[in-house]
Design a protein. Structure first.
Length: 212
């Protein structure tokens, strides 16, 4: 059975056999061909201790204990190497952009699901402008040992392929998600559940060996 709408689960980033980061999300829809989750304003975020592959050994978001802004909708498809994040902005919560986030295909766990951000992103604006992002950031990941150079090159090429597809054909997911509104009663949890930073026996590895 899948999760029910309104149920809280944990989205985790897993790298090199350990939980790197996590955030509280609320299930919007759980179907065989689509998992949609929402990160509400104020959702708790966690960063596990460890010597991580960054300049200071900390997750880049380590100083952000909670999600800010209007909240973010994430659309995930089984076995796909990307998700689509939906952002809104301004006092009227106007649709801002589609954010195609390259990542490891998600794997369900007892707490929620695991993935690993692959750094490169493609942003599609309402006016049709498409932008490839974070090419410099993935190069920094190579320098710190998070990814191999070959993997980084492959991710940049994958991002370009998705960007070209958007320019040529537009979005291939339901555009009505741009106007989706979370139920007023959906509130964030006070904190992440116990054990969020521990990989259990039923957790599947999502981080293929992409290190140097």
């Amino acid at each position: 059975m899948g999760w029910q709408a309104g149920e809280h689960v944990v989205r985790r980033e897993v790298w090199n056999g350990g939980v790197w980061a996590a955030m509280d999300v609320v299930v919007v829809r759980d179907e065989p061909d689509l998992l949609a989750v929402f990160t509400p304003t104020g959702a708790p975020m966690g960063y596990a201790a460890g010597d991580w592959p960054t300049a200071d050994g900390l997750h880049p978001w380590h100083d952000k204990p909670r999600w800010h802004g209007h909240g973010c909708l994430q659309l995930l498809w089984p076995h796909e190497d990307y998700s689509v994040w939906v952002f809104w902005s301004g006092p009227d919560r106007a649709f801002d952009s589609w954010y195609v986030n390259l990542q490891a295909p998600f794997v369900r766990t007892d707490l929620g699901f695991d993935t690993l951000d692959h750094e490169v992103d493609v942003v599609a604006r309402p006016d049709g402008k498409v932008e490839l992002k974070d090419v410099d950031a993935i190069a920094e990941c190579v320098r710190h040992g998070r990814f191999t150079e070959e993997f980084a090159v492959a991710m940049v090429e994958r991002g370009r392929t998705l960007a070209d597809r958007l320019v040529a054909k537009g979005i291939w997911w339901d555009p009505r998600w741009a106007t989706w509104t979370p139920p007023a009663e959906w509130e964030p949890r006070e904190k992440l559940p116990a054990g969020w930073d521990v990989l259990g026996m039923r957790d599947a590895a999502t981080d293929v060996d992409v290190r140097s």
